[in-house]
Design a protein around this ligand. Structure first.
Ligand code: ADP
Length: 266
């Protein structure tokens, strides 16, 4: 078939014979593209009506309408959640359709780490010990916006899945064992993730416990976004976790993503 996309597999057949199997995967790719387009179109269409509903709801002050206060507060919370879900779906569609990064730039890590600290403090509201360490002393090269969104998702999860009194640490450090490259690590002393769930944890909407995750206010798309952002930076996500002890999410960047830090921003 002209224009078809073929997938080839080499399978051992006997001692000195191999089988070459060619499969036409054009239809599969086409269906995958249709799925992506559908999700992107629906999310896009939902964005405007949701913004209007959310905007008007935000204008209503529950304190001025005591009889509706519980309902108003819940409606505001849920419309905020829906708006976040639509934004995350759009982000994911955009990331999935990208072959590489559209724009690359030096990403100053000192201000980015300071922003992550502020975000963690705002989410935690004093309930956790928050540590931010920067021992790498270099900057990254890539998309500042996408990297911020990935790291921010990891920090948000660490706070949301760690009970009060726990500790959340963000470390930007050199790769260990003499390897080149750097690691952005987010470690928590939270609930942890059972080993059986780890292989699927970065799939969209995959959750360990539905009730806890829903209560936490997430959209179920955070780790999928992290995975795609890292993939676009040729970086690798490593997850170490123990139930009841905590989790560590490490983003490993190769030497080609490292830039000397020229300017210290205080
Ligand atoms: P969500 O919006 O549900 O948090 P994510 O994709 O960010 O979606 O995470 C997927 C699931 O992985 C979460 O529902 C939660 O069960 C688990 N998870 C993610 N981060 C952590 C963490 N730091 N500690 C424990 N569980 C986590």
């Amino acid at each position: 078939t002209p224009g078809a996309t073929l997938s080839f597999r080499l399978i051992p057949y006997s001692e000195n014979l191999w089988l070459l199997v060619a499969r036409d995967v054009s239809r599969l790719l086409q269906l995958e593209q249709m799925r992506r387009d559908f999700v992107a179109n629906v999310s896009h269409e939902l964005r405007t009506p949701l913004t209007v509903v959310h905007g008007y709801l935000e204008m209503l002050d529950p304190d001025e309408h005591p009889e509706w206060a519980p309902m108003l507060t819940e409606m505001q919370k849920q419309s905020q959640r829906m708006a976040q879900l639509v934004e995350d779906l759009l982000t994911l569609s955009r990331l999935e359709s990208q072959e590489g990064l559209a724009y690359e730039e030096p990403v100053a890590m000192a201000p980015l780490l300071a922003t992550l600290r502020r975000e963690a403090e705002a989410l935690s509201q004093g309930r956790h010990e928050i540590v931010v360490e920067d021992s790498a002393g270099v900057d990254l090269y890539g998309s500042a916006k996408e990297l911020h969104s990935a790291f921010s998702n990891l920090v948000g999860n660490a706070i949301r899945y760690t009970p009060a009194g726990g500790r959340v640490a963000v470390r930007f450090r050199p790769e260990r064992g003499g390897a080149q490259g750097v690691v952005l690590e987010v470690a928590d002393t939270g609930y942890g993730i059972p080993a059986a769930h780890l292989p699927r944890i970065t799939e969209r909407f995959y959750r360990v416990s539905n009730s806890r995750s829903r209560e936490s206010g997430g959209t179920g798309l955070g780790l999928s976004i992290v995975k795609h952002v890292l993939h676009l930076h040729q970086a690798r996500l490593e997850i170490a976790s123990e139930v009841g002890q905590g989790s560590t999410f490490s983003c490993h960047f190769g030497a080609e993503r490292v830039r000397p830090r020229l300017l210290e921003v205080s």
